[in-house]
Design a protein. Structure first.
Length: 122
């Protein structure tokens, strides 16, 4: 994969984000640095970066894809109220004994985050 200025910008944005941004969020952040970058360029670069193993694509049903800087084994929690995506360490996920060594996951738990639960109680 050839490095371009646009790809490096998209990569840096994802690597500096802890909020698991959407492609649209990456695009908005990229436009602040490179106003002429297109949404198509951002999508293409996100795809190439995820296929190249430099970032991780998180597929969320009904809420589009998000992008993650953390490549190590972990799962995600997606809040159905606010849309926030949080990391879940694999220690919280039971692994069946005797199957082998866990090297990757594609687990997305869905529910309501603590902040939204607190807001509903008030």
């Amino acid at each position: 994969m050839r490095n371009t200025t646009q790809r490096e910008l998209v990569y840096r944005i994802v690597m500096n984000s802890s909020d698991h941004p959407t492609a649209d969020a990456v695009y908005e952040r990229a436009r602040k640095v490179m106003p002429r970058i297109s949404l198509g360029t951002v999508y293409r670069n996100l795809k190439q970066l995820s296929e190249g193993g430099r970032i991780r694509e998180i597929r969320l049903a009904g809420d589009g894809n998000r992008y993650d800087r953390t490549l190590g084994v972990h799962a995600h929690f997606h809040c159905r109220v606010c849309g926030k995506v949080s990391d879940v360490e694999t220690g919280a996920i039971p692994t069946p004994e005797g199957i082998g060594k866990l090297e990757s996951t594609d687990v997305v738990f869905g529910g309501i985050c603590a902040e939204c639960l607190d807001a509903q109680r008030e």
